[in-house]
Write a new protein. Structure first.
Length: 308
């Protein structure tokens, strides 16, 4: 897959404070989650990619455009969704999206047509004719997303795209992002504090801490546990189930959240778990191959960053 970002030893200093410290990174196409605690350098990295700040040292490319020198070309090919509001008060939602489309040199009539199409995709119906200052937080979030994609850029940089959304709308937003990446070939960089969102849809993960890259890996590799196992959730008392499984020679442990972890090949253990559950008269809520927790990976990366 083509590299979305290819940067080499990027450093950015603000006076005596070093926001980015010799960051070298390659990010491929697909959906990449950009994670890190507050002050880790995520926002500075995004600004560097967009050409909004100059680096102290280092070099890089985005979509084969040079960072720092070809910023106009980069911005023309990137859809950026900021975390904060960026609207002109007094304008309606449809006018805001059309305005952004025209800034990308799309003719007014085509910009209006495309804006209606994009707002349909983003779930803003008649609200598009209201002024933006009357919008709820969730509606503004959808509008920012529409502004980021209206000019059909090949690359999207989304800063906290699900912030302020209720659980149902959050799932819908993630599905929209997945559709853009999977069906329309967009390369997406998501900067967020919501780890389950990243684990749900990301192909790759980058974790920054103290301005340094601590983790840059495919999600499939990060999620794979060192020892294969199966997570079982039961309906009913698990004591007899545990005794029977343990008596068959399969290592099993009970976690504090009620999940039973069976050590071994998940495909082989699943059939045995169903048989034992029927024998013990308990229901099976779910059988899931174990995955490493992104939260634990994140915390470990932050701790490693604090030591460096």
């Amino acid at each position: 897959m083509a590299a979305l970002i290819d940067i080499v030893e990027i450093t950015k200093d603000y006076g005596r404070f070093r926001a980015l410290d010799c960051v070298s990174l390659k990010v491929e196409s697909g959906i990449t989650g950009l994670l890190g605690p507050n002050g880790a350098g995520k926002t500075t990295l995004i600004k560097v990619l967009l050409g909004l700040v100059k680096t102290t040292s280092g070099r890089g490319r985005l979509l084969n455009f040079e960072l720092g020198s070809q910023y106009r070309e980069i911005r023309a090919n990137v859809g950026y969704m900021p975390e904060d509001d960026c609207f002109l008060h007094g304008m309606t939602g449809i006018e805001c999206v059309q305005f952004v489309a025209q800034l990308s040199r799309i003719p007014a009539i085509e910009a209006l047509r495309r804006s209606h199409e994009i707002l349909d995709f983003c779930g803003l119906a008649q609200e598009r004719y209201r002024t933006v200052e009357t919008y709820s937080t969730g509606m503004r979030q959808k509008l920012r997303f529409a502004q980021a994609i209206v000019h059909d850029p090949p690359v999207l940089i989304l800063d906290e795209p699900t912030s302020g959304l209720d659980p149902e709308e959050r799932v819908i937003m993630l599905n929209r992002i997945r559709v853009l990446a999977r069906d329309h070939g967009k390369a997406v960089l998501i900067c967020t504090h919501i780890l389950p969102d990243v684990q749900t849809i990301s192909d790759s993960v980058v974790i920054l801490a103290r301005g340094q890259v601590q983790v840059a890996e495919r999600m499939s590799e990060l999620s794979r546990p060192t020892e294969p196992s199966l997570e079982v959730r039961l309906l009913g008392s698990p004591e007899r189930f545990i005794d029977v499984i343990r008596g068959s020679g399969v290592p099993i442990e009970s976690r504090s959240d009620g999940v039973l972890v069976l050590r071994g090949v998940p495909q082989e253990l699943a059939a045995q778990a169903w048989r034992v559950a029927e024998q013990c008269g308990v229901g099976v809520r779910s059988l899931t191959p174990s995955r490493n927790s992104l939260e634990e990976i994140f915390l470990q990366a932050v701790r490693e960053g604090a030591k460096s």
